[in-house]
Design a binder for this molecule. Structure first.
Ligand code: NDP
Length: 269
């Protein structure tokens, strides 16, 4: 019998999730369908309830991750700290479980790349949903220090209050040091702009990444970091594939082969 899944959001036409999950299922020999469901404003609960009457789970994308957080009957710790849900699963008793696999996907991709956060000094640019979503998984790896620099300082300060002593808020313009890893978790790349970070920070840092991804692996931020001489630079494509793999594992109890999928989609997307 076919198991039904979907991605809910607006827009969803561009979403790679149907192709990624179809690839996982084909490789594992699973019989699934995976649809795109466009959510009209104010219509998340009706769309999700309608789908989950027969569906086993769904992914949730922009701008519905907060709606999904409120919709779920029970939440993972990751969803609770992110205040956002990207994966819903119908439990055996009919209740809906909400999880957030974005941050774990990010950290799993780092591990795949051989990057350890243990004791590392990390700079996160941005204090929006993505920054909040990666913070718990990043802190679980026991970094030495996490600086959060945001255009609006008060939002970084809120995260500092919430996540405790390892996390320090700073306004972007005042950051001068080099870091083991600089993470661009702002949405600036989406509009072709850069956060107002001193270029010397990238010259002095060992690695830099953008959570945004592109077909060729370059974004305005990865190009900027490379130009400043940062030795290792990557985009958020691995995170995208890995968060999907973690959703699949949550739904079906089996982890798809991340590496095979990553190679396939880097070549064919
Ligand atoms: P939000 O809208 O929640 O937050 C946006 C953040 O970016 C805020 O901190 C905002 O600062 C900052 N910002 C926006 N424009 C600029 C600018 N021009 N200069 C400096 N700062 C800016 O977005 P998300 O957190 O949801 O998304 C952030 C990024 O993460 C996006 O690029 C998204 O594509 C990516 N992402 C990637 C995923 C993946 O699987 N690879 C998964 C999830 C997200 P302020 O507070 O001052 O407004």
């Amino acid at each position: 019998m076919t198991d039904h899944y979907a991605v809910l959001g607006n827009p969803v036409a561009h979403s790679m999730s149907p192709a990624i999950h179809a690839f996982f299922a084909a490789n594992l020999g699973d019989d699934i369908s995976y649809d795109r469901l466009l959510v009209e404003e104010g219509n998340f609960d009706a769309t999700a309830s309608g789908f989950l009457a027969n569906g086993r789970g769904c992914n949730v994308t922009v701008p519905c991750k907060g709606d999904a957080f409120r919709f779920a009957d029970t939440l993972s710790e990751y969803a609770k700290t992110a205040l956002a849900v990207n994966t819903l699963k119908k439990l055996d008793d009919g209740r809906i479980y909400g999880d957030n696999t974005d941050g774990r996907g990010f950290v799993a991709d780092l591990k795949f790349k051989g990057v350890s956060l243990n004791g590392a000094r990390v700079l996160i640019l941005g204090a929006g949903g993505a920054a909040r979503g990666i913070l718990k998984p990043v802190l679980d790896e026991k970094p030495g220090e996490v600086v959060i620099a945001n255009r609006t300082l008060s939002k970084a300060q809120e995260l500092q209050k919430l996540f405790g002593s390892v996390v320090k808020a700073q306004s972007t313009e005042t950051v001068r040091d080099g870091f083991d890893l600089v993470i661009n978790a702002t949405s600036a790349s989406l509009s072709g702009s850069l956060p107002a970070i001193d270029p010397g920070v990238l010259s002095r840092s060992r690695r830099a990444c953008d959570l945004m991804y592109s077909q060729n692996g370059e974004t305005i931020f990865t190009e900027f970091a490379r130009k400043q001489g940062c030795p290792e630079v990557f985009d958020g494509f691995g995170m995208l594939i890995m968060q999907a793999a973690l959703s699949y594992e949550l739904w079906r109890g089996i982890m798809p082969d991340f590496e095979v999928a990553l190679k396939h989609f880097r070549k064919n997307s």
